[in-house]
Design a protein around this ligand. Structure first.
Ligand code: NAD
Ligand code: MG
Length: 390
């Protein structure tokens, strides 16, 4: 039995992961849970899975939870320190990192530093600090197993054995999001509700907007760069609207290996939790004779420039990717709250990045400093747009 810790247990990935745990009948023991502020759902999960340590980021809600659970054998922690502690808890064998955004950086780092196996959904931690995370994993012996469906597909295609010299390129597929094929004029009009409505996947708000701008694919390219230690020039992005082929590896002999499956995150989650085993978690089979033809096309990076920003940021290196992530978080948040329009998202990102004076990254504090700078600058750019628009 594996002792599992779930960071971001109340989110889309977290909830799916707990469903996978239940479908695995006794293979996992949930020892730790952490979430941001969804007290009712966390409480429900505590009652069902009986972890020994939990953390809520919001400290007043954590206090409330402590009162509700008084007399029970469970430790309730709060704030970022509490989440970091749950990530590294002694009892944990495997940590699912599924907090959204930069908030997942330190908890993921904490799990890696303490040598846990890490099932990684929080792609932003690799976007911001890939070199540091991978170096720390090497030092501590932590195994990082991808949860993101594309990286899970590549990991499976490589059969866990990354022989760099055999790989010609990775092909990351993406549905193209809700606005695939749309004109720039159409993008001017899109509402938050439309942008949140992904054609094939049901996900949290932030990644849904990232999918609509295609920044999600840019982030996935950076994530792959670190997970598989390949130059960005060897990582391509292809639009595949059916979301059946979850990504591919082309080898030097031109052979291509792909992984196919229904678009359901429980599949890559289950693979990551059970790796190197595979368990039947009763998901519906892919009905090959019923699926529509599978198509592939190049992404339109003029309409979706975020992909270009990601390639530029990773090739420039240093603190650029962390600033890319920070500017994106500011812009996405501002779009969701109705402050800016959809096409303003790449504007905030581009202006923030071009104003950045990069510095060398020696440790995680440097990343935090770059993140802080990116948030401040991104907000200033956003305010400028709000003033202009009003
Ligand atoms: P979500 O918004 O549904 O859930 C986010 C979780 O993080 C929640 O449990 C929330 O409480 C927690 N959280 C937010 N802020 C926090 C904070 N400051 N401290 C502690 N916890 C905090 O997001 P999601 O869709 O589940 O995505 C989670 C991560 O997984 C993201 O990095 C995303 O890119 C990645 N991912 C998601 C999917 C998907 O299908 N949803 C697929 C691939 C990768
Ligand atoms: Mg993905």
């Amino acid at each position: 039995m594996k002792n599992i810790v779930i960071l971001g247990s109340t989110g889309s990935i977290g909830v799916n992961a707990l469903d996978v745990v239940e479908r695995n009948g006794g293979r996992f023991n949930v020892v730790g849970l952490a979430a941001g502020s969804n007290l009712p759902l966390l409480l429900e999960q505590i009652n069902k899975f009986s972890p020994s340590k939990v953390a809520l980021y919001d400290s007043s809600l954590a206090k409330e939870l402590r009162e509700i659970l008084s007399g029970k054998k469970i430790e309730v922690l709060s704030g970022i320190e509490g989440i970091i502690e749950v990530a590294a808890m002694e009892q944990g064998d495997l940590v699912l990192s599924a907090i959204v955004g930069a908030a997942g950086l330190l908890p993921t780092y904490s799990a890696i530093k303490s040598g846990k196996d890490v099932a990684l959904a929080n792609k932003e931690s690799l976007v911001m600090a890939g070199a540091i995370m991978m170096a720390e994993a090497k030092r501590s012996g932590a195994k990082i197993i991808p949860v993101d469906s594309e990286h899970s597909a590549i990991f499976q295609a490589l059969n866990g054995d990354v022989k760099k010299k055999n790989v010609k390129r990775l092909i990351i597929t993406g549905s193209g999001g809700p606005f695939r094929g749309c004109s720039a004029d159409r993008l001017n009009e899109v509402t938050v509700a439309e942008a949140l409505r992904h054609p094939n996947w049901s996900m949290g708000k932030k990644i849904s907007i990232d999918s609509a701008t295609m920044m999600n694919k840019g982030f996935e390219m950076i994530e792959a760069r670190w997970l598989f230690d390949l130059e960005p020039g060897k990582i391509d992005i292809l639009i595949h609207p059916q979301s059946i082929v979850h990504s591919m590896v082309e080898f030097v002999d031109t052979s291509i290996i792909a992984q196919l499956g229904i678009p359901d995150m429980r599949l890559p989650i289950s693979y990551a939790l059970n790796y190197p085993d595979r368990i039947d978690v009763s998901l519906p089979s892919l009905n090959l004779e019923e699926i529509t033809p599978l198509t592939f096309e190049k992404p339109d990076t003029d309409i979706f420039p975020s992909i270009k920003f990601a390639y530029q940021a990773i090739s420039k290196g240093d603190t650029y990717p962390a600033v890319l992530n920070a500017a994106n978080e500011v812009a996405v948040q501002a779009f969701i709250s109705g402050e800016i329009r959809f096409p303003d998202i790449p504007v905030v990102i581009e202006e923030t990045i071009s104003a950045h004076n990069p510095f060398k990254v020696k440790n995680i504090s440097d990343i935090l400093r770059a993140d802080k700078w990116g948030i401040k600058k991104g907000r200033a750019v956003k305010e400028g747009l709000v003033r202009k628009g009003s």
